[in-house]
Write a new protein. Structure first.
Length: 224
């Protein structure tokens, strides 16, 4: 029983992110925006209620710097949404996602499992995009070469960039077998990002890779 309870947070975060990426049933008029938004809003509501009921400790807050960045981001978008209720709900939802994810993440006892699950999700998403690029899977918008479960490359490229650090994490393992199984998915993710031709995503991936290699060189004590 304790083992099952231990992995409930892992299962929750994985299902929340998976549904946000892949829940696009055609029953909705705007399947690429309405469906993921409803999934995330429902998931966050369930998560907040569950956290309050199950946790005996106060909800941990992120560092002040992160809170300040979130506030600046929220104020900027609120000032530009011209009173649009839908945009306000989206902003509130994303703020709730950030705080809930942080609260759950700091309490995880086995973070490595979460990295593996998110890396697996990145692998599936990149394979989807690569299969579209070579014509094995259909595109939701024929104007592009890669869209994944979205209607344009911006969605899949942004998602892959977000998941890229989780894919790179396992590349730091000392064992050759572990590194091999980690490097291949990471390369596939980067390839899918490049083929998407999304310039912002490519730039972000480049920065992530540079920071990763700098950290890796420091850990291995390699100097030039």
């Amino acid at each position: 029983m304790k083992l099952k309870v231990k992995y409930i947070p892992h299962f929750y975060l994985f299902v929340l992110l998976t549904g946000t990426l892949f829940f696009i049933p055609a029953v909705f008029v705007s399947r690429f925006t309405t469906a993921p938004a409803l999934w995330m809003q429902a998931g966050i509501s369930i998560g907040l209620i569950g956290y309050v009921l199950m946790s005996k400790e106060p909800i941990p807050l992120p560092p002040k710097g992160f809170i300040l960045l979130i506030m600046i981001w929220a104020i900027y978008h609120i000032s530009h949404n011209r009173g649009n209720i839908e945009n306000m709900i989206t902003i509130i939802t994303l703020i709730a996602v950030f705080f809930l994810f942080y609260a759950v993440w700091v309490r995880l006892k086995d973070k490595r499992l979460m990295f593996v699950l998110f890396a697996l999700l990145a692998l599936v998403l990149s394979l989807w995009g690569l299969a579209q690029f070579i014509g094995l899977l259909p595109l939701y918008n024929g104007s592009f070469t890669i869209t994944g479960p979205f209607d344009n490359p911006a969605g899949i490229s942004a998602s892959l960039v977000t998941l890229l650090p989780f894919s790179l994490y396992s590349c730091r393992y000392q064992g050759k077998k572990y590194r091999l199984f980690a490097i291949i998915p990471a390369c596939l993710v980067v390839t899918a990002i490049v083929l998407s031709q999304a310039r912002a995503a490519i730039l972000a991936a480049t920065v992530i890779l540079i920071l990763f290699f700098i950290r890796l060189l420091k850990e291995r004590d390699i100097r030039f």
